[in-house]
Design a protein around this ligand. Structure first.
Ligand code: AGP
Length: 616
C-alpha cells in the first residue's frame, strides 16, 4: 500500500520524484523519503515520519544535492511503527545504495538472522531493510545492480515491489515485482517507475505494466525487462487515458469533494459506447470470454469494502435480468472456505485499484479452480485485470480520496451492464425491458447531478450531528447495500460507530439499539414499486420513531407516506428500482464527508487507512 517512484533522465530527480509521491500519497502517508544519485558518484537521501509535506519542509530548509536519477517512497506501515528510521529509502553498502519497498517480505525474519550472524547491523524494525542489506551485499559481489537484484529476489518470499539505485551505477534504476504493482513510464531520454501511473502521468501518457516475477532496468534511453531468472521478458504497453490535471484537486477543498462532483460523469463515461438507445449492451471482452465456450451457470462476485457493496447491487440486478444464480463474497473469506467453483462459474472481481491483495489472491484461487475470471476495475494495467480472463473497465477517472465514491457508482453501472449483457445473451430479459432500462440509464447522470447539488442541505444536517456517537442505516433489497455503504463512509471518514442493517432484520435484534435521539438514515423504496417493500419500510420507520429515533429518510419526491414519520426527508428523483440506490448513495457520500469536515478531520487521507490495501 505504499507509493513508489523511480526516475532516470535529464530532469531534476528530486522534482520528478517528489511530484510523483504527491500524487501517490493516497496509497500511504505514514512517512516519506527520497534518494538521489549525484554526479561524481555519490548518493544523498532524506526520509521523515509523517506526511510528504513534512519531508518537503525539511528539504526546503536543507536541499539535497541535485541529480537526475532517484527514487522515492510514501509508506503505509506494516512492519515497524511510522518513525524516521523505519521510513524508506533504506541505505546499504556503506550508504552507496538505496532501496524502497512496497509489500511484505514474509521470510524476512530468517534472512535478517542470517545476515546478523554474518555481522550485518540493522537500524530499523522493517522487513524492507533486510532486502536493502541483501542488495548491497549482492552489488558488492556483482558490481551490477540488475544482477544484484536478481540474486536478492531469488531469496525473497511474499509480496514485494523493490526499487534500487547505487552511486557507482548512475543513470540506472532497477525494479522488481512479485504480487505488488509496478508500472513503467516511457519518456524521451527519460524513463519512470511507479506503483501506478499517477507517479509519472505529468510527463508521459505511455506506460507498461510489469508482470509477475519480473525485473526491469531503466536508463534514460532504455527499458530492459527480464524474468527473475534473467530471461528476456516483455510487458504490455498501454496509453494512459487521463491527464495530470485529472489527478489534481482542481480547486476543490478535497479530492473527495471533487470526486463526488464527478459521480454523474463517471457513470456517463462508464456507460458510454456500451449500451444502445434500444438497450443492446456491447462488451467485446465478454464476447471473447463467452467464445471460449462453456456456459455460465453461476456467478460469484469477490470484493472488499465499498467494492463489495457495489457487487451486492450488481448481484440483485444480474439475477433479475439474466436469471443466473449470483452471490457476493468478501475476497478474504472466499479463498479460505473451499468454495464450490468450477469451469461453469464466472468469478467477477470488483476493485477500484486492481491491486487489493485480498481480491488478487482470491482471483488467483478461482483461476486455479478452473473458473472464468472477469475483473471490474478502474485502474488500467493493474494486476487484477492483467491476471483475469476478461476486464470491464470502469471509466471513473483517477480516484485519489481514500473513501471511494465515483468508483462505487461506476462499479455498480459496470455490474448492471454485465447483467444486461448476460440476460440478452441467454434471452432472459426482453427487448422491451432492455429498452426501458436504456432510458433509465440515459436519465441517470442528470438525476445524479441533482443529488450532487443537495450538498448544502446535507452540510447543515452534518453540522447539527457533529457530536453524535452512533448512526444507523436501514435499507431493504437494493437499499440494503446502500445502508452498508453509507455506514462504511461514516466509519472511515468521521471515525463514528455506524452500522447498516437490512431493515427486515431490525426486529431480530438491532431494534434494541434504538433509544431516544438515535440517528437513523432510512433508504425508502419508491411507493410506485408494485412490491410491498415501500409499506414495510414505512412501518419500520414507525417502529423506530415510536422508540425515539431521529429519522432521516431518503425517499422519492412527494412520498406522502413517509413525511409524517421522518424528522428530515432527502428527496430523490423518480427512478426505477435499480437506479434509486445510485441516487440515494450520493447524499450519504456527502454526509460522510461533511461530518468529517465538521469534526475537522482529514477527508482525503483518514487515519489508519490507505487507498489500496496491497497486503493481506
Ligand atoms: C472504500 O471507501 C474503502 N476505501 C475500501 O472499502 C475500498 O473500497 C476497499 O479497500 C476495496 O478497494 P479496491 O476497490 O481498490 O479493491
Amino acid at each position: 500500500m505504499c507509493g513508489i517512484v523511480g526516475y532516470v533522465g535529464q530532469r531534476s530527480a528530486s522534482e520528478v520524484v517528489l511530484g510523483g509521491l504527491a500524487r501517490l500519497e493516497y496509497r500511504g502517508y505514514d512517512s516519506a523519503g527520497i534518494a538521489i544519485v549525484v554526479p561524481g558518484n555519490s548518493l544523498v537521501s532524506h526520509k521523515k515520519a509523517g506526511k510528504l509535506s513534512v519531508l518537503r519542509d525539511e528539504l526546503e530548509a536543507n536541499p539535497l544535492a541535485q541529480g537526475t536519477t532517484g527514487i522515492g517512497h510514501t509508506r503505509w506501515a506494516t512492519h515497524g511503527p511510522p518513525t524516521d528510521a523505519n521510513a524508506h529509502p533504506h541505505l546499504a553498502d556503506g550508504g552507496k545504495l538505496a532501496l524502497i519497498h512496497n509489500g511484505i517480505i514474509e521470510n524476512f525474519d530468517e534472512l535478517k538472522s542470517e545476515l546478523q550472524a554474518q555481522g550485518e547491523q540493522f537500524h530499523s524494525d522493517t522487513d524492507s531493510e533486510v532486502a536493502a542489506v541483501m542488495l548491497g551485499r549482492a552489488f558488492h559481489e556483482t558490481q551490477d545492480l540488475t544482477l544484484a537484484m536478481r540474486a536478492v529476489v531469488a531469496r525473497l518470499e511474499g509480496a514485494f515491489t523493490l526499487l534500487g539505485v547505487h552511486q557507482d551505477q548512475p543513470d540506472v534504476v532497477v525494479g522488481a515485482r512479485r504480487n505488488s504493482p509496478l508500472v513503467v513510464g516511457l519518456g524521451q531520454g527519460e524513463n519512470f517507475l511507479g506503483s501506478d501511473v499517477a507517479a509519472f502521468v505529468a510527463y508521459t501518457d505511455k506506460a507498461m505494466a510489469l508482470g509477475q516475477d519480473q525485473i526491469v532496468t531503466i536508463t534514460p534511453d532504455s527499458v530492459t525487462i527480464t524474468t527473475f531468472e534473467g530471461d528476456p521478458a516483455t510487458a504490455a504497453q498501454f496509453d494512459i487515458d487521463w491527464d495530470a490535471s485529472a489527478a489534481d484537486k482542481g480547486g476543490w477543498s478535497s479530492f473527495m469533494a471533487k470526486e463526488i462532483s464527478e459521480e454523474p460523469e463517471a457513470v456517463a463515461n462508464t456507460l458510454r459506447g456500451r449500451i444502445s438507445p434500444e438497450g443492446t449492451v456491447t462488451l467485446p471482452d465478454l464476447d471473447s470470454l463467452l467464445d471460449q465456450g462453456g456456459e455460465i451457470t453461476r456467478i460469484i462476485f469477490i470484493a472488499c469494502g465499498t467494492a463489495a457493496y457495489a457487487a451486492m447491487l450488481g448481484a440483485y440486478a444480474i439475477e433479475k435480468w439474466s436469471g443466473i444464480a449470483t452471490t457476493v463474497e468478501l475476497s478474504h473469506e472466499f479463498r479460505y472456505r473451499d468454495p464450490a467453483v468450477g469451469p461453469t462459474t464466472l468469478v467477477v472481481s470488483v476493485s477500484q485499484s486492481g491491486e487489493t491483495m485480498d481480491t488478487l489472491m482470491a482471483v488467483r484461487y478461482a483461476a486455479e479452480k478452473g473458473a472464468k475470471t472477469l475483473s471490474i476495475c478502474n485502474t488500467q494495467g493493474a494486476t487484477i485485470p492483467r491476471e483475469s480472463d476478461a476486464v470491464l473497465y470502469t471509466h471513473a477517472g483517477p480516484e485519489v480520496a481514500v473513501a471511494s465514491t465515483k468508483a462505487f457508482l461506476s462499479q455498480v453501472i459496470a455490474a448492471y451492464l454485465l447483467g444486461l449483457y448476460l440476460g440478452q445473451h441467454n434471452g432472459h430479459i426482453s427487448a422491451a425491458d432492455s429498452a426501458l432500462l436504456a432510458k433509465d440509464f440515459d436519465a441517470l447522470p442528470g438525476q445524479l447531478q441533482e443529488m450532487v447539488e443537495t450538498g448544502g442541505r446535507i452540510k447543515e444536517l452534518a453540522g447539527w450531528m457533529a457530536d453524535t456517537r452512533s448512526v444507523l442505516y436501514l435499507g431493504r433489497h437494493v437499499g440494503y447495500p446502500v445502508a452498508l455503504e453509507g455506514a462504511l463512509k461514516l466509519k472511515e471518514l468521521a471515525y463514528i460507530h455506524a452500522e447498516g442493517f437490512a431493515a427486515g432484520e431490525l426486529k431480530h435484534g438491532p431494534i434494541a439499539l434504538i433509544e431516544p435521539g438515535q440517528i437513523v438514515f432510512v433508504i425508502v423504496p419508491s411507493p410506485r414499486d408494485p412490491s410491498s417493500l415501500h409499506a414495510k419500510v414505512v412501518s419500520n420507520i414507525q417502529e423506530i420513531r415510536a422508540r425515539g429515533a431521529r429519522v432521516i429518510a431518503l425517499a422519492e419526491k412527494g412520498d406522502a407516506a413517509v413525511l409524517p414519520h421522518a424528522d428530515e426527508v432527502i428527496a430523490l428523483p423518480f427512478a426505477s428500482v435499480f437506479m434509486e440506490p445510485l441516487l440515494a448513495v450520493v447524499p450519504l457520500h456527502i454526509f460522510g464527508m461533511e461530518l468529517a469536515a465538521a469534526k475537522g478531520l482529514d477527508i482525503d487521507q483518514p487515519r489508519n487507512l490507505a487507498k489500496s490495501v496491497t497486503v493481506e
